[in-house]
Write a protein of this length. Structure first.
Length: 430
């Protein structure tokens, strides 16, 4: 009988790289990866917390393929050889350039590579300041690619090609909903799902919203405006970056997001079965606006966002009003309004919701140090298994990077979170 190769983080990451190389980065999902490895999807979460951690690890794997500096070679030749090695790596992994550019922060492997390049420059006689200027001047070229040199011909799928430098062609629209290949990489939605979203926004009056400037019409049609909002949430680019991608100014991008984001919000479910079980949990959203955010246990100014899902469908059914991040779930469950939204139905949560007697929580160990009876332990195991669904939903929602560093005014976070919950549901239901 053949023994199955044990699953490890390295094996998971290398299998993910092989999947992205063979089928494109757009085919990468936990389900597809688990199928390739011959395991259930849940087994992967023991090695990577979510898809973003998986992508970070994949980047580190491929960056690790770049040849190290050759001792005794002058700095010019060393820099050239390493950049050419990086180019060869990108040739083997066409998805890697976009993946590297899409990260909000550099991965450990990228940081180690950049640090080694600084070391090469310093050993070649460059001062600290001059080495710093050289690294900035080289930009992405230090990693073997130049943004303006990547075009659709360099990838099997034009939707995963690297964009030209933002702002390089001011007034020229780079991304458009008219080209379906752009939709998935920038929204996570399939084209038919995106069309469903545009129809929903139109039904809610999206076509009737004026630009806000007398006598001026929107430069973008409704589908492109919806795509701009979803792409902004997904990538968390700045307004000065997202605007030129759609051929509009950063102020126009602001107006699109301000006017359209509320129309993408999650609609309350009108009818729910009495026996429907909801699962609720909170997550900290790093938030720049200190009028609402507070320093929390993640050592950052954050807001506490409460999210509830249906236990059977895993769809998000309610999102609370964001509250200061230094408030615990017990309090925020009541003050965020999510308790009222879930009123009248069974609600499950972890032990952090004590003080809310209507919430079903796991049994606590006795204060005298004795163990729980077997039947209570069994119920706790079942409780954890069911409750994991909301943690997975929060992880999927945080694939929209705006929930990792919210830069806009705090009062807009509720609409953004509700809209992302709606996109999450559309993606999940197919």
């Amino acid at each position: 009988m053949l023994r199955r190769t044990p699953l490890s983080r390295d094996r998971v990451l290398r299998a993910a790289v092989a999947l992205a190389d063979g089928s494109g980065i757009e085919s990468l999902s936990m389900r597809n990866l688990a199928q390739d490895l011959g395991v259930v999807p849940m087994a992967l979460y023991k090695h990577v917390a979510n898809k973003d951690e998986l992508l970070d690890g994949m980047i580190d794997v491929v960056v690790g393929e770049i040849d190290p500096p050759v001792p005794g070679v002058d700095w010019k030749r060393t820099v050239r050889l390493r950049i050419l090695a990086a180019r060869r790596m990108l040739g083997r992994h066409p998805w890697a350039a976009l993946a590297i550019e899409s990260r909000n922060t550099a991965t450990p492997g990228v940081l180690a590579y950049l640090d080694s390049m600084v070391g090469v420059l310093r050993s070649g006689g460059f001062s600290t300041d001059l080495a710093h200027h050289v690294m900035h001047a080289m930009g992405s070229r230090i990693l073997g690619f130049s943004q303006e040199l990547f075009d659709e011909g360099m990838s099997r799928n034009p939707g995963v090609c690297l964009l030209r430098t933002v702002g390089q062609d001011a007034g020229v629209q780079v991304i458009s909903a008219a080209r379906p290949e752009w939709i998935f990489p920038f929204t996570g939605l399939q084209p038919d799902q995106f069309r469903k979203l545009v129809r929903l926004v139109a039904e809610r009056g999206g076509d009737g919203i004026a630009d806000g400037r007398p006598g001026r019409q929107w430069a973008l049609d409704l589908a492109d405006r919806v795509l701009l909002v979803a792409a902004y949430w997904r990538t968390n680019l700045t307004m000065r970056q997202i605007g030129p991608l759609f051929g509009v100014s950063h102020s126009a991008a602001h107006r699109v997001i301000d006017t359209l984001a509320p129309l993408l919000a999650l609609a309350p479910v009108r009818k729910r079965p009495v026996e429907q079980i909801a699962i609720v949990d909170g997550t900290l959203v790093p938030t720049r606006d200190h009028r609402l955010a507070a320093r929390s246990k993640n050592y950052r100014y954050s807001t506490n966002l409460q999210v509830a899902i249906d236990a059977s469908t895993r769809l998000v059914i309610a999102v609370g009003e964001p509250q200061p991040g230094n408030r615990n779930d017990t309090i925020v469950y009541r003050t965020s309004g999510i308790a009222e939204k879930l009123d009248g139905r069974p609600v499950m949560a972890d032990g952090g919701y004590r003080g809310n007697p209507e919430v079903i929580m796991p049994y606590r160990k006795p204060s005298d140090g004795s163990t729980l009876p077997d039947w209570k332990e069994a119920l706790n195991v079942e409780h954890r298994t069911v409750r994991a669904g909301v943690e997975h939903a929060l992880a999927r929602m945080k694939c929209f990077k705006i929930l990792r560093d919210y830069r806009r005014a705090a009062h807009t976070l509720a609409d953004a979170a509700s809209g992302i919950a709606n996109l999450h549901n559309i993606i999940l239901t197919g």
